[in-house]
Design a protein around this ligand. Structure first.
Ligand code: 3PG
Ligand code: MG
Length: 394
């Protein structure tokens, strides 16, 4: 992959695929700008070098041209961050947008509307890729979060730029930090996996068994493991069809000499709400009418002990319903323990939307070694899969 140091952008039109798939609230307000900030170095490099930056991204998963998934509010935010006008185009392809781009001067930039308003984007349509390629002389991919998608703008498009395809600064940084974890990690290497469900994380857990010394499991998915071990988890979230798989993971860990660490106690509630009175219990003995929404104090102590002994830490997924103030203690405490371990010299990497949101909420994001902008992309990279967008650049 060729990096940006080889680019001469002056007076060139540069198409930059970014991942501006940021969370929005119902008033279209952006609730987290991490991904926009992460793309700034590449954008700045191009415009300060006298290039004309044409930014393209998707937002959400629109079925039609849903207004609430327009990228327009992002142009505004970007313009605040860069302290510069950001032009906007309602079209991603065609003569209208091309003539708009051609009117831009050296050092100016434009953001195009949501790529997924065109069904051809997700279909990886060759014709659509070709139309996008007509907009610029040079292509840069800086959308690590979307690198696991073989879409028109992330993967198919490179064939139309031949040698003029470059790897953006963020994409480069993500790969080098993830490689620190994958190639020769300092040991013990501990992965902390949480979140509501095992379903989306089976492959990553199985592949981590080959790489780590310890796996800590927390969050909603822990209850499936506890039930698989014969525990009573009351009304807690359980994926019945994953019980056998959970058992296999437990056995696999034993075979591979990986220490699998499950919570030992649970903070429970009568319903999925922050208003109900909470109580704690042994995680294997949750009352029939209650559901576990966070890990308990003893689990925190147990997890902390392992985290503080670790030299490499990977964290994906919260330990409980951290959005509820009564059930955020597990996630907050584990986040803090990771920060302390980092101060003591461990390399810590956090990825996935929820873990990042939690770290920011609790003010921990500055203290970890690296925060990845990728969710699915990060997990697939760690699994050892070849990401289509990265492959297309090489
Ligand atoms: C993400 O947020 O994981 C990326 O932007 C990719 O989005 P997608 O999962 O809708 O393809
Ligand atoms: Mg996703």
């Amino acid at each position: 992959m060729i990096g940006l140091q080889n680019i001469k952008p002056f007076n060139k039109r540069v198409l930059i695929r970014v991942d501006f798939n940021v969370p929005l609230d119902k008033n279209k307000k952006i609730t987290d700008i991490t991904r926009i900030q992460a793309a700034l170095p590449t954008i700045q490099k191009i415009i300060t070098g006298g290039g004309i930056a044409v930014l393209i991204s998707h937002l959400g998963r629109p079925k039609t041209k849903e207004k609430n998934l327009s990228l327009k509010p992002i142009a505004k935010k970007l313009s605040e961050l860069l302290n510069q006008k950001v032009f906007f185009s309602k079209d991603c392809v065609g003569n209208k947008v091309l003539s708009k781009i051609k009117k831009l001067n050296s050092g100016e930039l434009i953001l195009l509307e949501n790529l997924r308003y065109y069904k051809e984007e997700e279909q990886g349509d060759v014709g659509f890729s070709e139309k996008l390629s007509k907009l610029a002389d040079i292509y840069i991919n800086d959308a690590f979060g979307t690198a696991h998608r073989a879409h028109a703008s992330t993967s198919i498009i490179t064939r139309f730029f031949k040698k003029n395809c470059f790897c953006g600064l963020l994409l480069e940084k993500e790969i080098s930090n993830l490689n620190l974890i994958l190639k020769n990690p300092k040991r013990p290497f501990t992965a902390i996996i949480g979140g509501a469900k095992i379903s989306g994380k089976i492959e990553i857990i199985l592949s981590l068994l080959e790489k780590v010394d310890k796996i800590i499991i927390g969050g909603g998915m822990a209850y499936t493991f506890i039930k698989a071990m014969g525990g009573n988890v009351g009304k807690s979230i359980v994926e019945e069809d994953k019980l056998i798989l959970a058992q296999k993971i437990i056995e696999g860990a034993k075979e591979k000499n990986v220490e699998l660490i499950l919570p030992i106690d649970s903070i429970n509630s009568l319903s999925f709400s922050n208003e109900e009175k909470s109580s704690s219990s042994d995680i294997y003995k949750i009352p029939e009418d209650k559901m576990g929404l966070d890990i308990g104090k003893d689990s925190i102590l147990l997890f902390e002990k392992h985290i503080l002994k670790s030299k490499t830490i990977l964290w994906n997924g919260p330990m409980g319903v951290f959005e509820f103030s009564n059930f955020c203690n597990g996630t907050k405490s584990i986040g803090k323990a990771i920060c302390v371990s980092t101060l003591n010299g461990a390399f810590s990497l956090i990825g996935g939307g929820d873990s990042i949101a939690a770290s920011k909420l609790f003010g921990l994001s500055e203290e970890v070694s690296y925060m990845s902008t990728g969710g699915g992309a990060m997990l697939e990279y760690i699994e050892g899969k070849e990401l289509p967008a990265i492959k297309a650049l090489s």
